[in-house]
Design a protein around this ligand. Structure first.
Ligand code: ATP
Ligand code: MG
Length: 266
């Protein structure tokens, strides 16, 4: 059991994993979708690390550079084919790319922006791929709501949503909680500062309590992450460097919460 971080101790007023899991995800194959209505809140970081920790295939449904494809080291400009678009169009199961100390990847493509398959096609494809690969899937999504995101959310056993304790981010979170009330949401407070802002913490706490959405252990703000260029997963270090250890532990705790929630919903 990793030690509780300062964010975890200070955010204790939020009901951690206290609410009963929403049964909306029951019966689904093991798919975790990471989404948020606001950009820059940590979707891609969580998707990348959760995919690595859960031994899952990482499917990138974000078509711009904020997604995990670029971070993984894949450049669509250097490739002839677009595996994700081909897979949706022809109903074929794509082959995940393998990487060193990073999760296997189905890369995205900029044309997905104007070439969105309907939500039910996305959901069916993800379920079929998970079955054929015989392994879990973690999906990264574009900020906001769009057919690919809704499709990935409806196929998911767990929908992970990072929440940042700031006014506009919480505004977006509130709207999302209202719109996606029927989905098996799990909130992950992210970028939590050493001294969390009391008013925003209180607002998030009231929001999740009202919506009956469980909250995973939080992830602190780690200043070095914003300048990080290395592509390997943060959770792939062995031994773990001292600077990385707190984030490593927090991400393990989030992965455990996702697994427990998914088991309860299965
Ligand atoms: N806990 C954290 N502490 C510090 N920096 C973080 C943390 N989580 C994410 N970041 C940084 O914040 C930036 C945005 O994160 P990320 O790309 O994961 O967000 P996103 O929600 O996927 O963004 P987009 O909406 O653009 O796709 C990145 O530089 C990332 O390294
Ligand atoms: Mg992103």
């Amino acid at each position: 059991m990793p030690p509780c971080s300062y964010a975890c101790r200070r955010i204790g007023i939020i009901p951690l994993m206290q609410n009963a899991p929403n049964p909306a995800g029951a019966g689904h194959v093991d798919i975790t979708t990471v989404l948020a209505y606001k950009g820059g809140v940590g979707k891609s970081l969580l998707a990348y690390e959760l995919a690595y920790l859960l031994d899952a295939v990482l499917v990138d449904l974000d078509w711009d550079r904020g997604g995990v494809t670029r971070q993984w080291g894949y450049r669509h400009e250097d490739r002839m084919r677009a595996p994700l678009l081909d897979a949706f169009e022809r109903g074929r199961t794509p082959s995940p790319l393998q990487g060193y100390r990073k999760p296997p990847l189905i890369p995205s493509h900029p044309d997905l922006a104007t070439n969105q398959p309907p939500a039910d096609v996305v959901a069916d494809c993800l379920e079929q791929w998970a079955k054929e690969w015989g392994r879990p899937i973690v999906v990264d999504t574009h900020p906001g709501g769009c057919p690919t995101t809704y499709g990935a959310a409806s196929a998911a056993r767990v929908v992970v949503s990072p929440a940042v304790l700031a006014t506009r981010e919480l505004e977006a979170t509130e709207g999302m909680l209202e719109e996606l009330a029927d989905y098996p949401l799990l909130m992950v407070p992210n970028k939590v500062p050493r001294v969390p802002p009391a008013a925003e913490l209180d607002r998030l706490s009231r929001m999740v309590t009202r919506a009956g959405v469980p909250v995973a252990p939080p992830v602190s703000f780690h200043y070095w992450l914003e300048r990080r260029k290395i592509r390997v997963a943060v959770t792939s270090y062995d031994p773990v460097p001292a600077r990385v250890q707190p984030l490593h532990d927090e991400l393990h705790a989030v992965a455990k919460a996702v697994t427990n929630y998914g088991r309860a919903a299965a």
